[in-house]
Design a protein around this ligand. Sequence first.
Ligand code: AMP
Length: 275
Amino acid sequence: MIVAGDAGSMRSALTGAPRPLGFVPTMGALHAGHLSLVREAAKSCATVVASTFVNPMQFGAGEDFDRYPRDERGDRTKLADCGVFALFAPTPATMYPPGFSTIVDVGDLATTFEGAQRPTHFRGVTTVVTKLLHVVAPDTVYLGQKDAQQAAVLRKLVRDLDFPVKVRTVPTFREEDGLAMSSRNVYLTREARTAAPSFHAALERMLRELRAGCDAVQARERAKPVLRAPGTWEYLDLVDPDTFAPLETLRPPACVIGAVRFDGTRLIDNLLVAS
Ligand code: AMP
């Protein structure tokens, strides 16, 4: 597997690579959820490229940038074992050299839910993904449904700025007990890890109530108590999966979205109801 640390060497490595080219952007600390994106890409792409970059621009002040899990050697082994052709693993100084100041912002969609809790988060994501798409120039980019609003923001970025790339969203990969895999799960205390699957159970309860005919307000009130201590809710809602506009009742496509805190650890998850 080729490993490139800057845009020039990445572009040279990809010159003449067989098409279609699939791209899986990540922040590293790879788990089976990330690798499911790589495997999905390998099904329909002749060349698969991944990136591992813990992007400082998408972390707010006081968030976990410094302690975000990192495992460069493990990541390389996992990606090579999955047949990835090239890895782009730049440093913050390479991506954001002195004088860097351009910001890409998709507007209102980046200001609700995750954007309300983390006001500068999505512009960090859209700015770095714009750079990554320019460097890798993939035919298809693979994103996880796990980060539903991020996927919606990036679909909008690609549409609004005419990137010649298809966006494929891959279902959330879960632990056997239902907890969505996340690099941040390693932060959970034993007590929190035991209670954390109740988050997914609460999302499922909300969806069952909606399917039984409850409106979103009733369904939320019935689902919220399913979350076990020490979990606390930040939000639990029913939204349109593209605009993230709240929905009063279930009308596919729709997405039940939630964010919780377990002590200091913030988790997000969702259930998509396709049309
Ligand atoms: P991250 O490294 O957490 O920024 O995630 C990189 C990509 O992997 C994003 O497109 C995520 O949505 C996706 N991803 C993260 N966790 C999962 C999961 N459990 N299942 C599927 N995709 C995931």
